[in-house]
Design a protein around this ligand. Sequence first.
Ligand code: ANZ
Length: 809
Amino acid sequence: MTNTTGNYDFSSIESKWQTYWAEHKTFKTHDHNDKPKYYVLDMFPYPSGDGLHVGHPEGYTATDIIARYKRMQGYNVLHPMGWDAFGLPAEQHAIRTGTHPKETTQKNITNFRRQIQTIGLSYDWDREIDTTSPSYYKWTQWIFLKLFEKGLAYQANQTVNWCPNLGTVLANEEVKDGVSEVGGHPVEKKEMKQWLLKITEYADRLLGDLDELDWPESVKEMQRNWIGKSTGAKVIFTVKGIANLDFEVFTTRPDTLFGATFCVIAPEHPLVSQITTDKNKSEVKKYIESAAKKTEIDRGDTTKEKTGVFTGSYAINPVNNEEIPIYIADYVMMGYGTGAIMAVPGHDERDHEFAKKYNLKIIRVISGGEAEISEQAHTGDGTLVNSDFLNDLTKDDATIKICDYIEKQGIGKRSITYKLRDWLFCRQRYWGEPFPLAYDQSGNVVPVSEEELPVLLPDLESFKPTGTEEPPLAKATEWIRYEKNGKIFSREINTMPQWAGSCWYYLRYIDPNNDIEAWSKEKEKYWMPVDLYIGGVEHAVLHLLYARFWHKVLYDLNLVSTKEPFKKLVNQGMILGSNNEKMSKSRGNVVNPDHVIEEWGADSLRLYEMFMGPLDQVKPWQTNGIVGVHRFLKRVWRLAIDDSGNLSSILSDNESESMKKSLHRTIKKVGEDIEALRFNTAISAMMEFVNCAYKENCLSKQALEKFILILSPYAPHICEEIWQMLGNTSSLAYAEWPKFDAEYAKEDIIIMSVMVNGKMRGTIEVEQDVTKNDAIAKAKALETVARLLEGKAIKKEIFVPTKIVNFVI
Ligand code: ANZ
């Protein structure tokens, strides 16, 4: 078979094979195969107007290599793609450009799909999903109903960041120093009735089950910190001079109770007005007003100077009856613990800073520390001092003793607190899933019945924020009026937050076209859990925590069969611009994959993104890097096909020993590297193989075939073309992954000298790439060496690769 021209014409080769795969539905996945299953998932993109950037194909190529490799290994592979398309950016873009979000979203999806398809990723496009399509969000609403029925969705008044100019509530992260990050508009604290999901009810399980997951330790740690479990005690302090008035503090250090020299309550604490004396009223009022303007992030910032105000009242420390002043300060948050603390300035840095500023007493109750307690808090370990019956005990023993004591006396109890708050699950926005809820005439919430789903998002002409607290859907008056059994209801007009759709999309891929169920249980059992999930580290907490939460609820409802959705997680590292800065339009360093593909081809793009460095590392884009991998592909092409488009004359039947060795070593290494996601070193090994073939100037057709198969997950288009040129009539996508011959794959045996104290005592025969540990073990086993080492302490083990092992005794 001949190729029309002998050149590596990547652009016609790539479009030819993309068309072939689409027409033959090469990557269509069938359920209930008797093959073992493998589910490899990408974090589906948010289809922004900017289109794909080179960061997307990094993770997508990695999962694609795995998907293609697993298929060749005989797995039934699920590898789907879809669009996470509701949310604020689409709406803001729509507002800016004056087009309806529905239109822009569809336009963006079309562009994203086109771009993704030009990379040659092996998705089963029959499973494509779009979170904004009614056939999808019907089931998002259905899951919400399940949460509602289970009592996990509730309404409550919440203090939110309200920005009148933007006409919306903002997340804490979107507010800096009292103004919105976008536009710098003033932000107010406001009480608003909001929908919340009781994620806190799952805090312990979300924490505990992390241990079983094959996830990066850093991501697990971020989730642990976000959940923030603190073990300690709640202690009751009475207010002096006001009968029957007391309050509870939460402390992680009940052992320091004798060192509490003042109390602090949050500015929003319900007791504020009761305990503030007349004399202090105006000061307190002023302070509370200024605190209301700060965000929690600012209040919790330990670098900011502490502020506070005295209430005029005193609390009684229940263990020693000391009268201690009660302050109000904004470093104490109402939403955490009990919103009140016992301050121990001797051993807590924030309390120490506060005590110094307001001249409050500082007592040492734990021994140790370098500085005087009046100069610096001692937060470390030590034994108890100045603490009556706790004296001389260790911190741990004192904690047990004081907890037993307060429980016996009825002045407190052991307690666990979480940082995790319930999830604020509604937005005053247009472009989101409507809630399947309505209100009756007296304002009671009534869920919409399952048969009435989906509750369609009405086609509003004016979807912009109203400028008031009222969500845009308030304008859809006809839609709001909902009649059932002769009664009139009024629909919920908030929408769900943008995280909702991504909480369960991995389940929909399993059964994307099912209109009677969200997914079939049988298919769920076959496919779940996701075996490998690759995506950006920016989703370490929110998306991954929310999805785990929903999954656990579904598990409790017996709707899914696994406790956790994602068995193994990998974060790809960010790709920076060539100037080592984050890619952004304003920096002018954005690389558009369309241009790269046009100039060098999709196979070069894929190969380069994998060759840049370890998948999880941050790395800069370098144009000469892509030139290098492109040259490699040309060399592969030339190995197979000559100038006039015929099979190359290098190809012959006989083959040198060194070529055989090179082939089998490469097969072994590439397989092992793919398993370990070390794509860059696998590519280096394949480059070495090609160098070897040119040097030997002969290669068997069978060897070339095997090499093409192992290169194909990386550069599928060129490999399909060569595969066909070699006389194969169908796609290589399901060809068997080549096996290596262990004899040939073995590294060369070398001889290393073994010394004791620098004196030659023998030799060992090892493989060229032997590890230090293996070489040392083998050297120790030599009789001559073992005799010398017996009973002696080895001071040092020196290993000079391929040369020497030396023991210093
Ligand atoms: C006395 C004490 C002594 C404390 C000491 C610490 C060290 P984590 O670990 O984050 O859970 N605290 C309690 N509630 C608070 C709130 N609503 N706002 C701000 N701070 C609060 O922190 C728990 C500790 O933070 C608690 O233990 C309390 O101070 C403070 F040597 O109590 B501690």
